[in-house]
Write a new protein. Structure first.
Length: 187
């Protein structure tokens, strides 16, 4: 049965090849197929160009929003959330952030319950502004960059004397609203 189908197809194609009208129809169909392929290619290319244009517009919009939110240029802010503060501080220094050193007299303002503040101060982190003695043991650190921006780093976790491995970054703020520049959500 399979041979008989094959023979029918072969017979049909051979008869079409011998018939000038059938050969002409097949030629026209192949030219039409070629034209449709070219048209389809152009449509695909046009779609790609449109998608590329939209992507460029989207990136431009994102850049504009970033400029509006941040307001002015700032040093690069590395990803530092959920890593130990010692490591985060090194990354900030590498990216041009300068610790806002406090005078030693600030330690008097911390009172009898400074939380981690004294341990962090003794470790050389004089940018520590204040610490909570309860709860998550949150601490606030301040950095500046050459553009005049303020970067506030909030940590959580307990320090144990000179062992600061339990203190990690929780939040990062660029120019908080209660400071001089526009407010930006946590980074």
């Amino acid at each position: 049965m399979r041979n008989s189908r094959k023979n029918i197809v072969v017979t049909f194609l051979e008869s079409c090849g011998d018939h000038p009208v059938a050969a002409g129809v097949f030629s026209l169909l192949s030219v039409l197929g070629l034209l449709l392929s070219i048209y389809s290619f152009r449509l695909d290319r046009k779609g790609f160009q449109e998608a590329s244009r939209r992507g460029t517009e989207l990136q431009s919009s994102i850049d504009q929003l970033h400029e509006i939110k941040v307001g002015k240029p700032h040093s690069s802010i590395p990803t530092i959330v959920e890593i130990p503060y010692e490591v985060a501080r090194k990354r900030l220094l590498e990216n041009g952030w300068i610790p806002q050193a406090n005078h030693w007299r600030i330690t008097a303002s911390w009172g009898n319950y400074p939380g981690n503040a004294l341990d962090l101060w003794r470790a050389g982190f004089t940018e520590v502004d204040l610490c909570s003695p309860t709860g998550y043991a949150a601490c606030r650190f301040e950095f500046n960059d050459p553009y005049g921006n303020l970067l506030v780093v909030i940590t959580v976790g307990e320090a144990d004397g000179s062992d600061l491995s339990g203190v990690s970054v929780w939040r990062v703020y660029l120019n908080p609203k209660n400071e001089t520049s526009p407010y930006v959500e946590p980074l």
